[in-house]
Design a protein around this ligand. Structure first.
Ligand code: GDP
Length: 480
C-alpha cells in the first residue's frame, strides 16, 4: 500500500517498462498499476541509482532525492574490454602483453596481481580496463545475471589458423550483447601468418573490416613479440570515443562483482568494477545478497587505495560473505539499510528456490508475461537444425513473423546438436531454442533444466512458425 509502478516511474522520471524490467530482475512480475510495498519500491529506487529517504521509521513514504542532474555531471570514463576468441589463439598471451604496456606498472615495482580485471595507462595518459578472464564463459555468465560490464570486445584470431569454432561463438556472444568488436589478428610473427585470409573468413560472419569497406577495426599484433599493441590500444580508445562512455564520479558507487573468493587470512575478497560514482573506504555496500563495510581496498597492483572511480577494478575487503561473479553492488547509506536489502534479496532467493524456479527467465510463459507487461519488445530465438537449408528456411520464416511492437531476433541459425554454449547464449539473451530434427547433448539438457532455458523440438517447419507466431502475438496458452 505504498506506491504504484507507474507513480514510481513518474517520480524517478523513468519509463514504466524500465521499472517493470528492474522488478523482473528482482523476480517480481508487475504491471504498471501494481502497488508495491515499501521494501520493493525502495529497492527499485536504489537500483536506479537514486537515494531513498524514509520519512519516519514506521512511515513507509518514499522521498526521492533528485539526482536528475546526473547526466550533466557525467565525465568520460575508461572503456572496459573483454578478450574473446578460439582456444590457443593467444587470449592469455595478449592479456599479459597488454598488461605490460602499462606506464604506471613501473611505479608498482612490477608486482602483478591477478584480481580478475586490470587497468593500463597509455603513454598519452588514457586508461583502459581489461577483464582478465578471457573467453565467453565469464562474459556470458555475467550477462546472464543482467550485468553489462563490457563496452568493447577484442576478438583474437590467430593469423596462421583463421576463424575457428570458438571464434564464431565469440562473435555470436558479442553480437548478442550488442558489444562492438575490434579484431586482433594475432601471431603475425609466425611464418604462416595470413591476415587477409582472416579478414575474408570473417565476412561470412558479417564482420567487415575497414579495409574491406566495413566498420570493424582490425589490428595486426603479436602477443609474443609485443608488436601492434599500441595500435590495438588506439583502436580501443577510438571505439570508446565513438561510444562516448561517461559516468558521474560524484555519487554513491555502483558496479558489478567480477570475481570473488574466500581468502584464509582476509576473509571474503571481491573484485568489483566500479561503473558509476566513486567507491570509498568505509562505504557500506550490498553486493548480491551480501553486504559489508569496505574495510580496505587494493588496486590491481596490490596497492592500498582509499577511493576508486568509474571503470576502476578494485579488490574489496569487508563483505559478510562471498558474492557471485556478475552480481551488482551498490553503496547504501547505513548498515540497517544494507541488512534490509540483503535480507530482502536472501528471502527472494529462497522464495525462488522454493518455487522450483532456478532462474526467472527463459521459458516461453515467462517471456510471454514480459511481452504482455510491455517490458520486452523482442523475441530472441536460437535455431539449430540438421541441415543449413532448414536452418535458413526457419530463420526467414520466423523473421517474417515480426510484429510492429515485437521484434524477432535470430541469434544463431546453425547446424548441429544443441550444446552447452547454445544454452549459455540462450540464457544470457533470454532466447528460446528451436531444435529442428536435432537433439541436445546430455550436458546441454542438464544445463537447460538448471537454468530454465526452453528447448523446443520440431520436425515440421510450419509448426515452428505457428509456435513463434503465437509467441509474438502474445497468445500462446500456458504449456502445462
Ligand atoms: P589462449 O588459449 O587463447 O589463451 O592462448 P594462449 O595465450 O595460451 O596462447 C596459446 C599458444 O600460442 C601459446 O603457446 C603461446 O605462446 C602462443 N602464442 C600466443 N600469442 C602468440 C604470438 O603472437 N606469436 C606466436 N608465435 N605465438 C603466440
Amino acid at each position: 500500500e505504498t506506491i504504484s509502478v507507474a507513480e514510481l516511474a513518474n517520480r524517478m522520471a523513468t519509463r514504466v517498462p524500465d521499472v517493470i524490467k528492474a522488478l523482473m530482475k528482482m523476480g517480481v512480475m508487475a504491471n504498471m498499476s501494481q502497488i508495491l510495498d515499501a521494501d520493493t519500491a525502495e529497492l527499485v529506487i536504489q537500483e536506479f541509482g537514486h537515494r531513498v529517504r524514509r520519512v519516519s521509521e514506521s512511515d513507509v513514504e518514499i522521498g526521492i532525492e533528485g539526482d536528475l542532474d546526473e547526466d550533466l555531471d557525467r565525465l568520460p570514463r575508461a572503456p572496459v574490454v573483454t578478450i574473446m576468441g578460439h582456444v590457443d589463439h593467444g587470449k592469455t598471451s595478449l592479456l599479459d602483453a597488454l598488461r605490460s604496456t602499462d606506464v604506471a606498472a613501473g611505479e608498482a615495482g612490477g608486482i602483478t596481481q591477478h584480481i580478475g580485471a586490470y587497468q593500463v595507462e597509455t603513454p598519452a595518459g588514457s586508461r583502459i580496463t581489461f577483464i582478465d578472464t578471457p573467453g565467453h564463459e565469464a562474459f556470458t555468465a555475467m550477462r546472464a545475471r543482467g550485468a553489462s560490464v563490457t563496452d568493447v570486445v577484442i576478438l583474437v584470431v590467430a593469423a596462421d589458423d583463421g576463424v575457428m569454432p570458438q571464434t564464431i561463438e565469440a562473435i555470436r556472444h558479442a553480437k548478442a550483447a550488442n558489444a562492438p568488436i575490434i579484431v586482433a589478428i594475432n601471431k603475425m610473427d609466425k611464418p604462416g601468418a595470413n591476415p587477409n585470409r582472416v579478414r575474408q573468413e570473417l565476412l561470412q560472419y558479417e564482420i567487415v573490416v575497414e579495409e574491406l569497406g566495413g566498420e570493424t577495426q582490425d589490428v595486426e599484433v603479436s602477443a609474443i613479440k609485443r608488436t601492434g599493441l599500441d595500435k590495438l590500444e588506439e583502436a580501443i580508445l577510438l571505439q570508446a570515443e565513438i561510444l562516448d562512455l561517461r559516468a558521474n564520479p560524484e555519487r554513491a558507487a555502483e558496479g558489478t562483482v567480477v570475481e570473488s573468493r574466500l581468502d584464509r587470512g582476509r576473509g571474503p575478497v571481491a573484485t568489483v568494477l566500479v561503473q558509476k560514482g566513486t567507491l570509498a573506504q568505509g562505504d557500506i555496500i550490498v553486493a548480491g545478497a551480501e553486504w559489508g563495510r569496505v574495510r580496505a581496498m587494493l588496486d590491481d597492483k596490490n596497492r592500498p587505495i582509499k577511493t576508486a572511480g568509474p571503470s576502476s577494478p578494485v579488490e574489496v575487503l569487508g563483505l559478510s560473505s562471498v558474492p557471485g561473479a556478475g552480481e551488482p553492488f551498490v553503496v547504501v547509506e547505513n548498515e540497517n539499510r544494507a541488512r534490509e536489502i540483503s535480507e530482502f534479496r536472501q528471502r527472494r532467493i529462497k522464495e525462488k528456490q522454493a518455487a522450483g524456479i532456478t532462474a526467472a527467465r527463459g521459458t516461453l510463459d515467462q517471456m510471454l508475461a514480459r511481452i504482455q507487461a510491455g517490458a520486452q519488445k523482442e523475441v530472441a530465438i536460437l535455431i539449430k537444425a540438421d541441415m543449413q537449408g532448414s536452418a535458413e528456411a526457419i530463420q526467414s520464416t520466423v523473421l517474417k513473423l515480426e510484429h510492429e511492437e515485437v521484434k524477432v531476433r535470430v541469434l544463431i541459425a546453425g547446424v548441429g546438436q544443441i550444446t552447452e554454449s547454445d544454452i549459455q547464449l540462450a540464457r544470457a539473451s533470454d532466447a528460446v531454442i528451436v531444435a529442428f530434427n536435432v537433439r541436445a547433448t546430455t550436458q546441454a539438457r542438464e544445463l537447460a533444466t538448471r537454468d530454465g532455458v526452453d528447448i523446443r523440438y520440431y520436425s515440421i517447419i510450419y509448426q515452428v512458425a505457428d509456435d513463434i507466431e503465437q509467441l509474438v502475438k502474445g497468445k500462446i496458452a500456458p504449456k502445462h
